[in-house]
Design a protein around this ligand. Structure first.
Ligand SMILES: *[C@@H]1O[C@H](CO)[C@@H](O)[C@H](O)[C@H]1NC(C)=O
Ligand SMILES: *[C@@H]1O[C@H](CO)[C@@H](O)[C@H](O)[C@H]1NC(C)=O
Ligand SMILES: *[C@@H]1O[C@H](CO)[C@@H](O)[C@H](O)[C@H]1NC(C)=O
Length: 249
């Protein structure tokens, strides 16, 4: 695999398994909860080839950026999660092209509805789940109130879309066991339902019966592609439901 990668064409910085994404360098660097390193580019090294090989060799690397963008002198390698269709809206001034190992997915930029947000954490809005960005900071998560009528979210793709994977990130902290516990993921084309009671009419896609451990990533995979307009998550355990990042592909 490494051999294949290093001999792949690097024109335009595109490499097999890596997708380009425009993101502010500040946004990547200001991620205090991530693992990251800044490496000097050796003289004469081709930035795309050098940085992508470094990222491939580090099992935790999910994003690399050669910077500054006009004549790179450094590679930033990071375990931050940035989806290929992430839309930079904050710091347009220092936007540059980085490369992510994450796949193109349907959750990023989807419409989302959810139960009432936990009132104590105003920054943990549901939109955090569809912004294509997660740096392990709790303020990138979404927390619902704890009553059954609130422990859910629904993604709306606008029309049926096909996928095989649903990935959910509980928090990296130990309290994941209480905030992500006994979760069902369902899919449907049915509109006009009252969540969460009517989720019973949706098809079960996957179930996570246990309590999540710190840093666990919950991956649900169906053997065949499933096509649906809506994807819902519902926690049956009676605490505030916390999800920090979602991928559907
Ligand atoms: C990224 O690094 C942070 C800090 O070491 C760690 O807590 C987190 O679990 C890592 N995430 C991934 C997906 O590797
Ligand atoms: C999301 O909702 C907005 C406003 O209702 C709509 O214009 C847009 O097409 C929707 N996007 C998707 C992906 O369904
Ligand atoms: C949703 O509609 C699509 C296209 O009409 C269909 O292929 C798919 O099976 C439907 N999905 C569900 C979960 O009913």
């Amino acid at each position: 695999m490494l051999l294949l990668l290093s001999s792949a064409p690097v024109e335009g910085g595109e490499l097999c398994l890596m997708r380009s994404v425009l993101i502010s360098l500040q946004r990547v660097k200001a991620a205090f909860f991530t693992k990251q390193e800044s490496l000097d580019l050796p003289p004469g090294a081709r930035p795309a080839l050098y940085c992508s090989n470094k990222c491939t060799l580090l099992d935790w690397c999910q994003l690399w950026c050669a910077y500054p963008s006009n004549t790179p002198t450094h590679c930033l390698v990071s375990n931050i999660t940035v989806m290929p269709t992430y839309q930079e809206t904050n710091n347009m001034a220092d936007v540059l092209t980085c490369h992510t190992t994450r796949p193109k997915d349907l959750a990023t930029n989807a419409n989302i509805t959810a139960g009432k947000q936990f009132i104590s954490y105003p920054l943990r809005v549901k939109e955090n789940l569809v912004d294509g960005f997660y740096n392990y900071n709790l303020n990138q998560c979404h927390d619902t109130e704890s009553s059954n009528s609130d422990r859910w979210f629904t993604l709306d793709f606008g029309q049926p879309k096909c996928f095989q994977h649903v990935i959910l990130h509980p928090t990296i902290y130990k309290f994941a066991e209480k905030r992500f516990n006994n979760v069902q993921v369902r899919v449907s084309n049915l509109t006009a339902v009252t969540p969460p009671e009517d989720f019973a009419a949706y098809d079960l896609f996957g179930e996570f019966p246990g309590a999540a451990s710190a840093g666990q990533v919950v991956e649900m995979k169906s053997l065949k592609p499933v096509c649906a307009r809506f994807v819902t998550g519902h926690m049956l355990y009676s605490k505030s439901f916390q999800v920090c990042h979602i991928e559907v592909f």
